[in-house]
Design a protein around this ligand. Sequence first.
Ligand code: G16
Ligand code: MG
Length: 219
Amino acid sequence: MKGVLFDLDGVIADTSVYHFQAWRKLIKDHFNRDLPDELEKQTKGVSRKDSLTAILNYLDIKVSDADFQEMTDEKNKVFRELLASLTPQNILPGISDLISQFKQHDVKLSLASASLNGPYILEKLQLNSVFDAIADPSKVAAGKPAPDIFLAAASAINVDPKDCVGIEDSIAGIKAINKAGALSVGVGAKNELSEAKLLFPDTSALNYDQIESAWEEFK
Ligand code: G16
Ligand code: MG
């Protein structure tokens, strides 16, 4: 195991709460409609544009291209305001220890987040210096569940994807890791992340030795 490809939202920090809060505000302000909790799953791990498409499809609302662009910008403005209060205390339980274990074993760290705010969020969490690379989601052709961002993250640390593990909390992300040829490690519920090769119920359960031995079996 030479590289670890980290998802951000839902794995390193629980920014999904802020993402969905920002979507809720946007939809309330524009259409005076409420979003049900179940829609949050569909926006997890998918790009800003794909998230808005899923939300508008759900609401059965059509907007012009110009309005669509304006709405994604507006959502991001609200999201960035919510991120202003982010501190290292928002790093999810178990993640700092896991990162230390990877570092001790000379495993390179690369970020494979769909978020264009990835560098800013890592900075707020004071984690930029521990990452060897951050894949740029604006430079990949297709978002999760396509493998592109994980392939880019592996390439950014010069490691073959099969020598990497990917850690994800979303269905789209697990599919993307599997397609990229890395070992998929899921964080979440079995009924949701059934395609993960190794699953932990939450970030505090993530365990370096278990990940390493699963990779030894997988390679
Ligand atoms: C995250 C979130 C998604 C969000 C996407 C894009 O993905 O899970 O809800 O839509 O990033 O974020 P932004 O609007 O900041 O570019 P990930 O891949 O870190 O789980
Ligand atoms: Mg995620």
